[in-house]
Design a protein around this ligand. Structure first.
Ligand code: COA
Length: 316
C-alpha cells in the first residue's frame, strides 16, 4: 500500500472547467428506438438525459481552456498535460498531442487510459510530476463513449455519454491538497466490460455492478487508512457517475451519508474519464465543496480498475 505523500512538494487545484456537447438525448427519445422506458432508466440507473457529440480533443480543448482561464494562467506556463481518455480520436498520436497544440501549450503531453478510473489515475500522476519538480500541470478527463456505443443495444445505450472535465494543478509551499491515493486493477475481470478496437462496448451489467461496489469500497477504505481518517472525516464524496444505485450501495457500505455525495449523472449519464471531474466541477461551482473540505474522489472502470484519492479542497 502506498504511504501518504508526506514531505514531497504539494499541489492544489487552482482552476477547473467542463464541457458537455450541446445535443441532449432524453430517456424518452431513446425509448422511441429501444425497448426501454424513461421510468426503467431512471429507476435502474438514475439517468434522465445525457449529452452526445464532438470529439475527445474538441471537448478537451473547451474544458482545458476554461480551467486555464479560471487559474489565470498563460498556456505557455503549463509544464505538462495529462489527458485521461479511453476513447482517443486516433490510435496515434495520443489525443493529448492534438489538445496540447490547440491550447497553445509548449510542454510534454500524454494520455492515460484506465477507463472510468482514469481521471483519478491522471490526477495522481500529476501530483507525482509536481513532487518531482513540475510547477503547473493541466489534467483533463474526456470521453466520447457515444462513438463506441451500439445505439441498438439497450444494455449499454441507456448508460453511456460524452463530456469533459479539467483541472489545473499548481505547486505550493507545504503539503498541498493530497492526503492519500490508491490505484488498483484486476485484469482477470477484463471480460466483464470491454470494446474491441473498432467495436462497441460489451458489458455484463450485473457482474459489473457487483464488482463496482466492492472495488470502490476497497479503494476508498485504503485511501482512508493511509490518510489516518475515517468515513466520518469525509465532507464530500465525488464518485464515478455510473449508476445512482452503485453510488448509494458504496456510500452505505462505507458509512458515508448519501447527502455527502455529489451526483450529476441525471443529466450527464456515464461519461467515463469525464465523470469524476464533471461531478467535481459541478460540486465546486454550486458551493457543495467549500475551502478546507475533505473530499473523497472514488471511481471504478473497465480493467477492472479502481482508484481513489483524498484531498483537502484549497490545500491543508
Ligand atoms: N430497458 C428496459 N428493460 C431492461 C433494460 C433497459 N434498458 N435493460 C435490461 N432490461 C430488463 C432485463 O431484460 C430484465 O428483464 P427480466 O426481468 O424480464 O429478465 C430486467 O430489465 C432487469 O434487468 P437487470 O439486468 O437485472 O437490471 P439491473 O437492475 O441489473 O440494471 C444495469 C441493469 C445495467 C443498469 C445495472 O446492472 C448496472 O448499472 N450495472 C453496472 C453497469 C456499469 O456501471 N457500467 C459501466 C462501468 S464503468
Amino acid at each position: 500500500m502506498p504511504t501518504a505523500p508526506k514531505g514531497v512538494r504539494g499541489a492544489v487545484i487552482t482552476g477547473w472547467g467542463s464541457a458537455l456537447p450541446p445535443r441532449v438525448i432524453t430517456n424518452d427519445e431513446l425509448s422511441q428506438t429501444l425497448d426501454t422506458s424513461d421510468e426503467w432508466i431512471r429507476e435502474r440507473s438514475g439517468i434522465h438525459e445525457r449529452h452526445i457529440g464532438g470529439t475527445t480533443a474538441g471537448l478537451s480543448v473547451i474544458s482545458g481552456a476554461a480551467a486555464l482561464a479560471m487559474a489565470g494562467l498563460d498556456p505557455r506556463h503549463i509544464d505538462a498535460l495529462v489527458l485521461s481518455t479511453t476513447t482517443p480520436d486516433r490510435c496515434v498520436p495520443a489525443t493529448s498531442a492534438t489538445v496540447q497544440h490547440a491550447l497553445g501549450l509548449s510542454c510534454g503531453a500524454f494520455d492515460v487510459n484506465a477507463a472510468c478510473s482514469g481521471f483519478v489515475y491522471a490526477l495522481t500522476v500529476a501530483h507525482g510530476l509536481i513532487a518531482m519538480g513540475s510547477s503547473k500541470v493541466l489534467v483533463i478527463g474526456t470521453d466520447t463513449l457515444s462513438r463506441i456505443t451500439d445505439w441498438s443495444d439497450r444494455n449499454t445505450a441507456v448508460l453511456f455519454a460524452d463530456g469533459s472535465g479539467a483541472v489545473v494543478l499548481e505547486a505550493v509551499d507545504g503539503p498541498g491538497q493530497m492526503l492519500s491515493w490508491d490505484i488498483d486493477a484486476d485484469g482477470s475481470a477484463e471480460e466483464s466490460l470491454y470494446a474491441e478496437l473498432g467495436g462497441f462496448i460489451q458489458m455484463e451489467g450485473k457482474d459489473v455492478f457487483r464488482k463496482a461496489v466492492r472495488i470502490m469500497v476497497d479503494s476508498a477504505t485504503k485511501s482512508l487508512a493511509v490518510a489516518g481518517l475515517t468515513a466520518d472525516d469525509v465532507d464530500v464524496v465525488i464518485p464515478h457517475q455510473a449508476n445512482i444505485r452503485i453510488i448509494q450501495a458504496a456510500c452505505e457500505r462505507l458509512g458515508i451519508p448519501m447527502e455527502k455525495a455529489s451526483t450529476d449523472l441525471h443529466y450527464t449519464g456515464n461519461t467515463s474519464s469525464a465523470s469524476i471531474p464533471l461531478a467535481l466541477v459541478d460540486a465546486a461551482d454550486t458551493g457543495k465543496i467549500k475551502k478546507g473540505d475533505t473530499v473523497l474522489l472514488v471511481g471504478f472502470g473497465a480493467g477492472m480498475t479502481a482508484a481513489s484519492a483524498l484531498i483537502v479542497w484549497g490545500g491543508q
